[in-house]
Structures are given as C-alpha cells and as structure tokens.
Design a protein around this ligand. Sequence first.
Ligand code: AMP
Ligand code: ZN
Length: 114
Amino acid sequence: MDCLFCKIIAGEIPSAKVYEDEFVYAFKDIQPIAPVHYLFVPKEHICCAKKITAENSGSVAKIFESIAKVAADENIESYRVINNCGEDAGQSVMHLHFHLLAGKKMGWGEQSLG
Ligand code: AMP
Ligand code: ZN
C-alpha cells in the first residue's frame, strides 16, 4: 500500500521516533507548529477517524495510553491532542494520526486553528 505512515512504521522512510510498542508508533512531526509536536499513529492502517470501529478502536485506546506515558516521561504538564479527519479539517496523510502539541500557550477558536 502506498501510505507514507505505513512506510515510516516499516522503517522504509526515516523518522525521529519518540515511542513504539506493539500497537503504536510515535515520531516527531517534520514541520512542527509547537516546541513539542509528535504524531501518534496506529501500526494497523486505518485511514481516518471515520473508520474507527468496535474491531479496531483498541488501537486508539493504546494511542491515548501512550500519549499519557510519553507526556509523563517528558514532564509535559499540559498538552493538546488533535485529529484532523477529512479534507476540510486539513487531513493530509490518510493514515489515522493524533498530533500531540505542547510547550507553548495555545489559543482556542477559529484563529488558533490556522
Ligand atoms: P495532517 O495534516 O493532520 O494530516 O497531519 C499530517 C502531518 O504529517 C503534518 O503535520 C506533516 O507535517 C506531517 N508529516 C508529513 N510527512 C512527514 C514525515 N515524513 N515525517 C514526519 N512528519 C511528517
Ligand atoms: Zn498506512
């Protein structure tokens, strides 16, 4: 499958790994918009949040567990988790991923979403 994040998980494309377990791979975003900007992806290919089901939602739970673990390990007290689903929301890579943003004061509302 021609999927950028599947290739990153497989090690075919380099990435700056921050966490890995049986279900989850996490790495630094190549174009960070905050001092901490990591991407958490399920190892299983799921295109987007629309395709989360009872069968695969365990991967999503594992992602949130791993986010809590990485945040604790790196003493990140406050953070934002974002998932963009679909074109209008700005999803550019069609492999489910969650952005972990931290390290700066973040606004809320239309302006802060770029
Ligand atoms: P989204 O726009 O929500 O689909 O997020 C995709 C993210 O993937 C963007 O923030 C990109 O900067 C990031 N990205 C794209 N290619 C790479 C790469 N090779 N390594 C790390 N991050 C990437
Ligand atoms: Zn994929």
